[in-house]
Design a binder for this molecule. Structure first.
Ligand code: DQA
Length: 147
């Protein structure tokens, strides 16, 4: 079983980008954390990051048939992208939306997500541990029928 871990724009800068907001962990740290969280259940991860909206659409489309679920931090495209929302709606896989920071206590424009209405769950403000929480949820959702 494989999960796609998909990170969007500027998340390649984790660790140096606004550490007061996003913490000191790098994208490498996040991807390693995801690999071990999934590995604890005997699952694998496919980690991708892109700054380009169309690449993210391609990655979501490509998950059909190659992944069983998706952890998606779409960065700023969360607040702007109908194209990503449509890709999420079309792919038919369980998806958890993650934001490292608590977007609801930040600027008004971050309070709106085009993705939240079409994903299974949203984890916001838990720091990079949100990725582990998302993976644990997907494992439970995909292996238990009462969730
Ligand atoms: C983010 C929150 C977004 O508003 C922002 O544009 C990001 C990161 C987060 O993980 O907290 O790039 O998705």
């Amino acid at each position: 079983t494989t999960l796609l871990i998909l990170n969007g724009p500027n998340l390649n800068l984790l660790g140096t980008r606004e550490p007061g907001v996003y913490g000191s962990h790098t994208l490498d740290d996040v991807e390693n954390l995801c690999a071990s969280a999934a590995g604890a259940h005997g699952w694998a991860v496919n980690c991708r990051q892109s700054n380009h909206e169309g690449d993210l659409v391609d990655a979501i489309q490509g998950a059909a048939g190659t992944a069983d679920g998706i952890v998606l931090n779409a960065g700023a495209y969360t607040h702007t992208s109908v194209a990503l929302r449509d890709a999420v709606s079309a792919v038919g896989l369980p998806i958890v939306e993650v934001h490292i920071s608590n977007v609801h206590r930040r600027e008004e424009f971050r309070h709106q997500s085009y993705l939240s209405p079409v994903v299974d769950a949203v984890i916001v403000g838990a720091g990079v541990d949100g990725y582990r929480m998302a993976i644990d949820h997907l494992v439970r959702k995909l292996t238990r029928h009462d969730l």
